[in-house]
Design a protein around this ligand. Structure first.
Ligand SMILES: NC(=O)c1ccc[n+]([C@@H]2O[C@H](COP(=O)([O-])OP(=O)(O)OC[C@H]3O[C@@H](n4cnc5c(N)ncnc54)[C@H](O)[C@@H]3O)[C@@H](O)[C@H]2O)c1
Length: 379
């Protein structure tokens, strides 16, 4: 497709306007329509972008103005019905994270997009950030050695959501980064949390993911913290990285630090841990808005018939982990084991295999394994 891609954005609340601003600035597309059920939101956005049509009714947006693609930035429960309707009417679709309310819904969207040959991309924005791309480069070069564990903290005051808990709201960012770095799917999930403000909706959660080879990750998410914290520590056998996304400079610091146990010893007196402290450095990171790169990628995928880096199968994997976290919360933090898919429910049957192949072809390397879990269970 070489002509301008005609786009519509549905959901112009807090996040949608960022998508509107970015897509509007990209020459490969024409932002034709902004849709929201709120007249006030549309009035505000029309004052900023008078040339873009405003629409209160999503069905009218789908059927009226000859769009090629739809961006879904509404609350999570609306992602599935809106994305499904858009795909069925032949539009390429970009859905904000998390992809949908259940992995079953995600699999259905993947399957429709595949049958219709449409691009389905998920807004795992951090994978487009220069900082995360730099970390991935360092990890893939082997500078950290074997990754042992990752600890992520994403805390601030609000924004409180009514239909999802804080894990579904904030943890998708951390989970997407962790899966991207480890290129592994967890074997189990534990999650504990508490609801202090809205009954039944956890505003503080602590999730832990267990991977093969004793790798693990801990994700602390909170809407109840006075400071804005976006921090991730990646601990390798040779070096460690601290990534502070709030820092204006030196977002990434690489520490030449490690600890080793003596391979063998005869007496307690001979036993010493070997602590190594070397240099710390902060690599150069290009200043670039991740969302702009993400929006550009969506357009590139449509124009060149490519599979997105953050495709529907990755969105599905992430929602499976969130589902398991909700089950664990209900079980008081119990371990939820994520099963391998059996032959009848193999990735191919979920419409995933071609995506794996395409991503391999595009990047020359493997996609995060997706051949895992359908129905988690409490161990
Ligand atoms: N990628 C990121 O970094 C990032 C950041 C924040 C939010 N998000 C995601 O963006 C999405 C939206 O989040 P938000 O915080 O902007 O929510 P929000 O509640 O502020 O906005 C949702 C908007 O959808 C509108 N809406 C509701 N029903 C509608 C309908 N039937 N038709 C048209 N419009 C309708 C609402 O009026 C509202 O303006 C969520 O999926 C969220 O997880 C992503």
């Amino acid at each position: 497709m070489s002509k301008q891609i005609r786009l519509g954005v549905v959901g112009c609340g807090y996040w949608g306007p960022n998508l509107v601003r970015n897509f509007r600035a990209l020459p490969e597309c024409q932002l034709k329509m902004m849709c929201d059920i709120s007249k006030d939101r549309l009035k505000h956005l029309t004052s900023l972008y008078p040339e873009v049509e405003a629409e209160l009714n999503f069905d009218h947006m789908l059927n009226g103005v000859g769009l090629d693609a739809v961006i879904v930035a509404t609350s999570v429960k609306l992602h599935f019905p809106m994305a499904k309707a858009a795909l069925l009417s032949g539009k390429h679709v970009f859905i904000e994270k998390p992809m949908a309310s259940s992995s079953e819904q995600c699999a259905e969207l993947v399957s429709i997009a595949r049958q219709k040959g449409l691009v389905l991309m998920i807004g795992h924005t951090f994978l487009y950030s220069p900082a995360v791309r730099k970390i991935k480069e360092i990890v893939d070069r082997g500078d950290l050695g074997e990754i042992r564990y990752i600890c992520a903290r994403r805390l601030n005051l609000g924004l409180f959501q009514k239909d999802i808990n804080v894990a579904w709201d904030l943890a998708p960012h951390d989970i997407s980064i962790i899966l991207h770095l480890l290129e592994q799917f967890p074997i189990s999930v534990n999650c504990r949390g508490s609801a202090h403000v809205t009954p039944g909706i956890e505003d503080v959660t602590s999730m832990s993911l267990t991977f093969k080879n004793d790798r693990s990750a801990i994700i602390h998410s909170s809407w109840l913290d006075p400071r804005k914290v976006r921090e991730m520590t990646i601990v390798g056998s040779k070096r460690m990285i601290v990534y502070d996304d709030v820092a204006l400079q030196e977002k990434i610091r690489v520490f030449d630090a490690r600890v080793e146990r003596p391979p063998h010893y005869d007496t307690f007196a001979e036993f010493h841990y070997a602590y190594h402290y070397g240099d710390t450095y902060s690599p150069y990171i290009k200043q670039e808005e991740p969302l702009k790169t993400e929006c550009q990628h969506f357009l590139d995928c449509i124009q060149h018939d490519k599979e997105p880096l953050t495709n529907g199968s990755q969105g599905t994997d992430l929602v499976r982990i969130l589902e398991a976290s909700s089950q664990s919360l209900k079980a008081g933090g119990g371990q939820i084991v994520l099963h391998q898919l059996d032959a009848a429910r193999s990735p191919a049957s979920l419409g995933v295999a071609p995506f794996v192949r395409d991503v391999k072809e595009k990047n020359g390397k493997s996609h995060v394994p997706v051949g895992v879990i359908a129905e988690p269970h409490v161990a």
